[in-house]
Design a protein around this ligand. Structure first.
Ligand code: MG
Length: 388
């Protein structure tokens, strides 16, 4: 059944992502931790948007975080950011009511700290709620579950065949939730299913992927990272500058004693320019001339490390870091070998990696072409970026 098309999406179906927790057990803002290039919250929202690209979607956040989360989720077509309440149940209520749905409508509630939900699980739990009015995803319990007393002694062992772990998404008729909110039979609930169960309302359990983990401890992130293929991006760069008299020669940020230097609008460090372009290429970020046009007087005589630092920052914003960088310098003169190690260390520090991740090669062109005639120096660079 294609739910996205079967449901009239306006006022009959909505999505709520609850992201208003304080991450107390995690120790820092867990929702902003990256998994393969995307934050946990982006992935949690993405799991729903993949299945329901058009449905109204509200994200409940901590008060004051609305703007920052809106920026974080700019690619996911969020309809509203709503400040959360004191307890999770208050946050859910605020999110659901912000959708202005009718009592007959279905609402899907998902934890912002659950980044891994297969699309099929999302579809099945919605289908079950369409039938019965209330459905939750749940995973089997693999371990034997024991109940203990205050001193840690076992009171009893529960038969695990009948136990499941309640996950999200959970999907409900809005009217049922409103009944629970108006006349609650328990004070506090950790999931909306509990509020309905305690009123004697049937809740359907839909078997879900056990890897649908709610990130609570830092170890959970380590486990989840293993579920995603690593993000790997490669970029290449090429640059040429003419050799002229009366200019200092800078290669890879190192001053090199030579009667001639490279001419250009900036300090003309052909190596740093090639590496900058390789980085921008790997990020899908255009080229160096776009960001630092030679026509702009503010870059006259600029240190090329500024360009490289900009490109490194761009990669970091995308959650990418340099795995390695390989450079080839084409020059007839001067000999690069004596400066190779200094260039390597300088480039490594600019890229934020160990010198072993940087390689500098040099070659002549056997006296052929403009390089061979000593008219200029060229540089080629390849950079590999990996996601965190
Ligand atoms: Mg250049």
């Amino acid at each position: 059944m294609n739910l996205a098309t079967n449901l009239k999406l306006e006022r009959t179906f909505g999505l709520v992502v609850v992201a208003a927790g304080a991450s107390r057990r995690f120790g820092s803002d867990k929702l902003s931790v990256r998994l393969a290039g995307r934050t946990i919250l982006q992935r949690a929202v993405g799991c729903l948007r993949t299945v329901f690209p058009q449905a109204p979607l509200v994200v409940v956040v901590r008060a004051g975080e609305e703007q920052a989360r809106a920026r974080e989720l700019a690619d996911w077509a969020i309809n509203a950011m709503v400040p959360g309440g004191v307890h999770r149940q208050d946050s859910v209520r605020a999110g659901v009511e912000a959708l202005h749905l009718d009592d007959d409508a279905l609402v899907l509630i998902h934890d912002g700290a659950r980044p891994f939900v297969p699309p099929e699980d999302v579809r099945r739990v919605v289908a079950a709620a369409q039938e019965g009015g209330a459905a939750v995803l749940a995973a089997p319990v693999a371990d034997t579950v024991k109940e203990v007393d205050a001193s840690g002694r076992v009171v009893r062992t529960h038969p695990r065949e009948r136990l499941v772990r309640s996950l999200t998404p959970q999907v409900f008729r809005v009217g049922l939730l409103r009944q629970a909110w108006e006349k609650p039979t328990v004070d506090r609930w950790t999931d909306e299913a509990l509020a309905l169960e305690s009123m004697g309302l049937p809740v359907t359990v839909v078997p879900g992927d056990p890897r649908n983990l709610k990130v609570t401890q830092p170890e959970d992130v380590t486990f989840l990272r293993g579920l995603y293929p690593p993000t790997v991006r490669v970029g290449q760069g090429f640059d040429v500058h003419p050799l002229v008299e009366g200019r200092p020669l800078l290669l890879g940020g190192c001053p090199i004693p030579h009667p001639m230097g490279l001419s250009g609008h900036s300090d003309a460090d052909v190596v740093l320019h090639a590496v900058t372009d390789a980085l921008l290429g790997a990020c899908g970020g255009g080229d160096i001339g776009q960001h630092f046009p030679p026509s702009d007087p503010q870059w006259a005589g600029a240190a090329s490390r500024v360009f490289l630092e900009f490109a490194v920052g761009k990669a970091r914003e995308m959650g990418l870091s340099v795995a390695n960088c390989d450079v080839t310098i084409l020059a007839e003169q001067p000999r690069v070998a004596p400066f190779r190690q200094a260039m390597r260390e300088n480039l490594a520090s600019l890229l934020g990696v160990l010198p072993t991740a940087v390689n500098i090669k040099a070659t002549t062109t056997e006296r052929l072409g403009f390089v061979g005639r000593g008219e200029g120096v060229a540089a080629l660079a390849v950079v590999l970026l990996v996601g965190d």
